[in-house]
Every structure is written in C-alpha cells, then in structure tokens.
Design a protein around this ligand. Structure first.
Ligand SMILES: NC(=O)c1ccc[n+]([C@@H]2O[C@H](COP(=O)([O-])OP(=O)(O)OC[C@H]3O[C@@H](n4cnc5c(N)ncnc54)[C@H](O)[C@@H]3O)[C@@H](O)[C@H]2O)c1
Length: 253
C-alpha cells in the first residue's frame, strides 16, 4: 500500500494484542515500525519478530525518541495503548486518573507533539484504537466507557479540524478482540464481548481496508454501526435495552 510502504510508523502498546497485530501488519506492508510498550521485554520481542525498533516506556512521552529512531519523521502514529479499567463511579480516584491518562491524554500529548511537523509538511496519519465502548458503552466499566468516549471525541475533533491540511485520522472501534485485555474483562466481558470476539489480525485488516478507503470510522464488527444508529435515533429505548443487559449480568455474576 502506497501510504504505508517505507513509512515511519509508531504503534503504542504494541507488546501484545491489537498493537502487536498492527505492528506486524505495518511491517509486512513495508513500513519501518517503532514498537512501544510499557513492558520492555514484550516490546523487544515484537520488535525483533517484525524487524522493528523497540521503544519501551509510557506512550505519553515518546514522540521525540520515536522521531529520532525513525530518522527525523513520524508518518503514522497508532495511539493504541489502553487500559481496560472496570468498575463504577466508586472506582478509586487513581483508577479514573490512569484511565484518563492512558486512554485519552496519551493521544492528546502525542498529537500535540506531532502536529506542528505534520502541519508544516501537510501530511500525517493518526490512528486511535478506541473501542465500541467509545460509541456505545460497556456495562460494569464506567472509567473505560467514559474515557473511550473521550478518545473518540478527540479523534473526531482532530479529523474535522485538520482534514483540509493533509492530516488523516482513523478511529478503530471494535467490540471484543481476543487479547489479554478481553481475558481480564471478567463476567461482563464473557457476557457481552466474548461471543462475537474477533482476532487482533482482523482489527489490522479492518484498519488497512479503512486506510485504502480513506475512512475515519473503522468498525471491525460491522454490526456496531446499527447499534450506534439505534442509540442516536432513540436514546430511551437504547438505555432500556442496555439496562436489560445490565440486569442479566447482575443475575449471573
Ligand atoms: N481486546 C478488546 O476486546 C478491545 C476492544 C476494543 C478496544 N480495545 C482497545 O485496544 C487497545 C489495545 O488493547 P488490547 O486488547 O490489545 O490489550 P492488551 O492488554 O493485550 O494490550 C495493551 C498493551 O498496552 C500496554 N500499555 C498499557 N499502558 C501503556 C502505556 N501507558 N504506555 C505504553 N504501553 C502501555 C500494555 O502493556 C499492553 O501490552 C486498547 O486501547 C483497548 O482499549 C480492545
């Protein structure tokens, strides 16, 4: 793919799961890939496997190092690192803080560091791994649902603000994907996500299709489009349906 061949790509949270699948796919398409993860061993293993460059650390603070590693220019940034913080309004303050920090502010900080150069050059691509929870919600996971709405809102804002200046933005919004995060999602994940879960490679396929079609919203589970429309068309009905799901979950957990 022309947009990817030879491009300098950074994937955050790429030590496993969806990020590793994105790194593998970008490498297979001829990109030069920086593999970031908080877990240094995992980042190194994926970098070795893909012929990429390992850059361990917090996704919030790695733009300068990533740019140096790619010889001065980042062409594509995949803001993929995320935390699946569950719980209700009663979740600890530091859990809410961490969800905001990783799921939203890491995207904002990366964009802040990347945009000046991208706007000068008139090109750049920002890929946000959001979630269907950013368009809909996830039962039993208030911090995750709220911060993924924030991630979606930020990606949307970036796209509408800079699309006439050569900046491409994609928001990937899958439901369940078979990764460590899904395994850790407990009985709510078992009920809502696992029955229709897909592989991380399917998410990479959906992104590449979206890049080829120049689409902002990437839905690896196409049925999410219908749920999103139903929510917007009739919020009361949608909430009643979701509450039924909540009560089913309360009965089984
Ligand atoms: N698995 C799913 O069902 C699913 C569904 C929708 C969206 N997502 C989103 O996909 C993204 C990837 O999740 P996954 O399912 O592959 O999970 P995962 O837990 O397998 O991978 C996430 C990776 O991010 C890393 N990470 C966490 N915080 C980081 C930070 N601050 N800096 C750098 N790395 C960090 C972790 O070490 C881990 O390797 C997340 O944003 C997640 O919210 C996942």
């Amino acid at each position: 793919m022309e947009a990817v061949q030879g491009a300098g790509v950074v994937v955050t949270g790429a030590g496993g799961g969806i990020g590793a699948a994105l790194a593998r796919r970008f490498a297979a398409e001829g990109a030069r890939v920086v593999v970031n993860d908080l877990d240094a061993d995992k980042a190194r293993a994926v970098a070795e496997e893909t012929g990429g460059i390992a850059l361990p650390g917090d996704a919030s603070a790695i733009v300068p190092e990533a740019r140096d590693a790619l010889g001065g220019t980042v062409d594509i940034w995949c803001a993929n690192a995320g935390v699946g913080t569950g719980g209700s309004e009663a979740a600890d303050e530091d859990e809410w803080e961490r969800a905001w920090d990783v799921n939203v502010m890491a995207h904002v900080r990366a964009a802040r560091a990347l945009l000046p150069d991208w706007l000068d050059r008139g090109s750049g691509r920002f890929v946000a791994t959001v979630s269907a929870a950013g368009l809909l919600t996830m039962i039993g996971a208030a911090p995750y649902s709220v911060t993924k709405h924030g991630a979606y809102a930020f990606a949307e804002w970036l796209s509408l603000t800079y699309r006439h200046r050569g900046i491409k933005v994609h928001a990937i919004c899958p439901q369940g994907v078979r990764t460590d995060m899904l395994d850790a999602s407990g009985s709510a994940g078992d009920l809502v996500l696992k029955p229709t879960a897909i592989e991380p490679e399917d998410v990479a396929d959906a992104l590449f299709k979206g890049i080829a079609e120049d689409r902002f919203l990437i839905l690896p589970h196409p049925e999410v489009a219908g749920f999103y429309q139903a929510r917007a068309a009739d919020p009361e009905r949608w909430l009643t349906t979701m509450n039924r799901l909540q009560r089913t979950w309360e009965d089984i957990r």
